[in-house]
Design a protein around this ligand. Structure first.
Ligand SMILES: NC(=O)c1ccc[n+]([C@@H]2O[C@H](COP(=O)([O-])OP(=O)(O)OC[C@H]3O[C@@H](n4cnc5c(N)ncnc54)[C@H](O)[C@@H]3O)[C@@H](O)[C@H]2O)c1
Length: 351
């Protein structure tokens, strides 16, 4: 069976969906697009796609099984609701909505629909994330207690609609939503506090450099960090566990695991060590024979598994991986992020 899909919003991400689905998904044919911009429509026509003249034409097209929405964030809600009401399966780009109330409105509609509704949290399939998830699941370096999850760039600008609050711009809604989703997926406990430090250094209207501390009920804390002005990057992931440390440097997944040797006697002297910076006992380097260094595990992760899952759910063969309830939790945390920044301190919560 071949399913037919359309994309609403044929910009950077919409074209990416159309291209990748066409080249990687045997079961899906991308039939066409709808976009309000003439250049986007022209580009689609050149690619041999059908261009709908308005949304109603698309919604009334009985051939269409699946709609992927990749417009700016402020228009997701209305499109999702209209598509679900028209009996289409729906994928929305992240962030699914501008806030919790909008998503709750969608969930009311989705409750009465038999169609699939999911959010494209594609970064759950990123190799770096899958490696961290595997290491923590395996438990070979003990229990995690602090997870640093960051992305850092230096181009400063939040381009186009991303620079406008009214369109749902800003780093929290752009990348924060990915990193928070990853952390909620890694740590299966409620978030009990949120402390956000948001900076708008280069955008008048939105946050462009952010640091968010999350505390979970089981005692794990995490830092989400996103920069647009970082000229010396810190690791993509740095995870502290009771028996070892993991570092992933970058998206290419260079990194390592350093683990305490189980049988290494702690026989070194606890005399004071004299360093260039003066005497220290606690910060003196650990002898190398007490640790082992391991390569990061090899993992298989393929973005197309996101769409494979959607198809299997449409066929009643699998459970949805990215569930709207999970997106609701992420949006609730994001609301606390903005609240925390507004009052200038951390906030207790139970999400
Ligand atoms: N999951 C990811 O990795 C990822 C990456 C980039 C963007 N995104 C998300 O994809 C969405 C689009 O981002 P982008 O970078 O492609 O933006 P973009 O500006 O490149 O493209 C948006 C497109 O939507 C069209 N558009 C605007 N308003 C519309 C409307 N009301 N109806 C129909 N078309 C409309 C624009 O003409 C444009 O072609 C956003 O929600 C963004 O957060 C996700």
């Amino acid at each position: 069976m071949k399913y037919k899909m359309v994309v609403i919003g044929y910009g950077g991400m919409g074209a990416w969906h159309a291209d990748n689905v066409s080249s990687m998904m045997d079961h899906i044919i991308v039939k066409g697009i709808f976009d309000i911009r003439k250049e986007a429509c022209d580009k689609a026509l050149k690619k041999g796609l059908y261009v709908y003249s308005n949304v109603d034409e698309l919604l009334n097209d009985q051939e269409i099984d699946l709609v992927t929405i990749a417009t700016p964030n402020d228009s997701h809600k209305d499109y999702i609701i209209r598509c679900l009401r028209a009996g289409k399966n729906v994928i929305s780009e992240k962030p699914v909505t501008m806030n919790v109330a909008e998503l709750e409105e969608i969930l009311e509609v989705s409750k009465n629909s038999s169609k699939v509704f999911s959010i494209h949290q594609n970064r759950r399939w990123d190799k770096d994330f899958v490696i961290i998830k595997n290491i923590l699941k395996q438990g070979s370096i003990g229990t995690p207690y602090f997870i640093e999850n960051r992305v850092q760039g230096s181009r400063r600008a939040m381009y186009g609609w991303r620079g406008h609050k009214i369109n749902g711009g800003g780093m929290v809604l752009d990348w924060g939503v990915h990193l928070i989703d990853q952390l909620l997926n890694l740590i299966d406990f409620p978030v009990v506090s949120v402390d956000a430090h948001l900076f708008n250094l280069y955008s008048d209207d939105v946050d462009d450099n952010i640091k968010i501390f999350l505390r979970f009920e089981n005692g794990i804390s995490a830092l989400c960090e996103m920069s647009t002005n970082c000229l010396i990057n810190l690791p993509r992931w740095h995870v502290s566990c009771t028996e070892g440390t993991v570092v992933i440097e970058d998206w290419d997944c260079k990194g390592k695991i350093v683990k305490l040797k189980e049988d290494a006697e702690m026989t070194w002297s606890d005399d004071i060590v004299y360093t260039e910076a003066g005497p220290t006992r606690t910060m003196a380097p650990r002898p190398s024979y007490t640790t082992e260094v391991f390569d990061l595990p090899e993992v298989n992760s393929d973005w197309s598994d996101y769409y494979n899952n959607i198809i299997k759910v449409m066929e009643g063969k699998e459970e949805l991986i990215v569930k709207p309830e999970q997106a609701l939790r992420v949006m609730k945390v994001i609301e606390k992020v903005f609240e925390s920044e507004q009052i200038g301190s951390g906030i207790r919560c139970y999400i």
